[in-house]
Write a protein that binds this ligand. Structure first.
Ligand code: NAG
Ligand code: NAG
Ligand code: NAG
Ligand code: NAG
Ligand code: NAG
Length: 316
């Protein structure tokens, strides 16, 4: 005869089943590499530190993308108490350097699906950033270090951007210098932030912008003299927003996204599909090979640090 469970036994069994169910729901979909450190104090505020330990320049490679996709899945769930997410970098020179340029070219073995299984006509990195734009949390990039290409697109996928006035803060969309275009919509987002003329200037020239100028143009919300002032301001802002009900954050974001984000179709057709077509032409391939050689395979050095002033050496 099957033993009958006591009331306590039933409670324990149900609790175990519930824990098992929620563990299943949050089982990471993609491999985890430990590139992100998260902390959830004070209540409602999650701080995410991005540190690619496979890369001296905090490359936005498959390791970082895989971990970010798992984090996004967790943040999208409706049972999280997180109201505000702060993204920081563990690398003082690079917030996020850029994408692994190998991604676009023959021979790259992608450990991630090329197209996102959920947003099926978006490539994986494009879907990742798109998902960040519509997380049910307020998102804030806390910028110390360089962010170029998809690094800058990541910043613009966040709701707000704050930086320190450190000389290591340099932002750019550098794709045009490779014969490409900002494929995750970088020039589209930037047009809304700084206007058409300045976007053409910075993106055509693949120029770096420093924190003070970026603040003046509206590329970032604000720049602070010191790292301590940056952190104090951002912590206060985050703690305040975290007091408020989730519905207001989600509803407000829906409206701001509706008028200040490119539509998904436009982003796919006029940014993502354009870079995919350009990447199949000879010039970007040749320039990327030169770049890999000159950077010693995307390692810390003069070209990665000062791409904005050093890039002309690639054309001589
Ligand atoms: C980031 O990773 C590097 C190793 O690549 C390590 O030396 C450094 O301490 C890490 N930084 C943080 C803030 O965890
Ligand atoms: C969270 O709730 C929203 C609104 O009801 C819904 O559209 C979304 O699919 C839910 N997300 C998950 C992961 O259940
Ligand atoms: C993006 O979000 C969709 C749900 O809206 C999900 O199906 C997909 O897996 C997510 N992709 C990434 C890369 O986060
Ligand atoms: C992308 O997919 C969505 C839904 O599957 C569809 O509505 C949209 O037209 C597609 N866009 C492009 C540019 O292919
Ligand atoms: C370049 O670095 C990547 C990792 O970022 C590695 O997989 C690849 O083997 C390296 N290539 C060379 C030629 O060293």
């Amino acid at each position: 005869m099957a033993p009958r469970l006591s009331a306590l036994g039933r409670i324990i069994l149900m609790t175990t089943l519930l824990i098992a169910a929620s563990t299943t729901a949050f089982a990471a979909r993609y491999p985890s590499y430990g590139m992100l450190t998260t902390k959830t104090t004070p209540a409602g505020v999650m701080t995410v530190v991005i540190n690619n330990t496979f890369s001296s320049i905090n490359l936005f490679d498959a390791h970082v993308q895989s971990d970010l996709a798992n984090l996004i899945e967790e943040l999208q769930a409706n049972d999280t108490d997180v109201r505000v997410v702060l993204f920081e970098s563990g690398n003082p020179e690079f917030f996020i350097s850029h994408i692994d340029v190998n991604y676009f070219f023959p021979g790259y073995e992608d450990p991630l699906p090329h197209f996102d299984p959920g947003l099926q006509n978006m490539t994986f990195p494009t879907a990742l950033l798109w998902n960040i734009t519509q997380l049910p949390q307020a998102t804030i990039a806390v910028i110390e270090g360089r962010a170029r290409g998809i690094g800058n697109e990541f910043l613009m996928s966040c709701d707000m951007r704050f930086a320190s006035l450190s000389p290591s803060v340099l932002l750019a969309q550098l794709e045009t210098s490779f014969g490409l275009n900002p494929g995750a919509g970088g020039a589209m987002y930037l047009s809304r932030l700084i206007g058409r003329g300045l976007t053409f200037e910075y993106v055509f020239a693949s120029k770096d912008i420093d924190a003070a100028t970026a603040e003046r143009y509206g590329w970032i919300n604000r720049a602070f003299l010191t790292s301590a002032e940056l952190r104090e301001y951002v912590q206060q802002l985050a703690a305040r927003i975290a007091l408020f009900p989730r519905g207001g954050i989600i509803g407000t974001k829906q409206g701001i996204n509706a008028v200040s984000r490119p539509s998904m179709d436009v982003l796919i057709r006029d940014a993502q599909n354009v870079i995919d077509a350009l990447a199949a032409t000879p010039a970007p391939f040749a320039l990327s090979q030169n770049f890999l050689k000159a950077t010693h395979n995307q390692s810390l050095g003069d070209l990665e640090l000062n791409y904005g002033t050093e890039l002309e050496s690639l054309f001589k």
